[in-house]
Unconditional design. Structure first.
Length: 167
């Protein structure tokens, strides 16, 4: 169920959230992307309180651990940019979106699969168009066993990687 709000002459739809509930996340999964280009994923997130964190957890399909990037509010949706999949190194990305409110209540989506296919074979790849965002992707590890470098399936150019436990 969605609630609607009027902003000027624009009608906005947001997931309906009841009092003292975790955030509601509305994300339309995308089926594919292309190699060598950073991926932008967005979601509508609402809450009865304030959303204190929104993240995209991602990994090469079958990898042991997820990494994550923070999402930021862009006026309508929360969006985040994950590093470009490397040509020939990855065929499938698994990801989900998670949000936490200031009452420490968390919600996440199902896990989605994003196929990495040759350019021209993906009709609407969710590519990050802002070169500043592409050059400033900050990826966080979720387990110490991930080491100090981003998984080699993803392009490391413009990416700063934060190992678990790093300050």
């Amino acid at each position: 169920m969605k609630r609607f709000a009027l902003l000027g002459s624009i009608l906005l739809a947001a997931p309906l959230v009841k009092a003292d509930e975790p955030p509601a996340i509305d994300h339309q999964p995308v089926p594919c992307t292309v190699p060598a280009k950073a991926v932008s994923l967005c979601a509508g997130i609402s809450d009865d309180q304030n959303v204190s964190a929104a993240r995209i957890y991602f990994r090469k399909a079958g990898a042991d651990f997820y990494s994550f990037v923070d999402m930021s509010f862009g006026g309508i949706n929360y969006c985040g940019t994950i590093p470009a999949p490397r040509q020939g190194k990855i065929k499938l990305i698994e990801y989900y979106v998670q949000a936490v409110d200031n009452g420490f209540q968390a919600q996440r989506t199902s896990t989605f699969q994003l196929s990495v296919v040759a350019e021209g074979k993906c009709e609407f790849p969710p590519l990050e168009k802002d070169p500043k965002r592409v050059a400033a992707i900050k990826v966080f590890a979720t387990n110490k066993k991930q080491g100090t470098k981003l998984d080699g399936a993803f392009d490391r150019v413009g990416v700063s990687y934060v190992p678990l436990g790093a300050k």
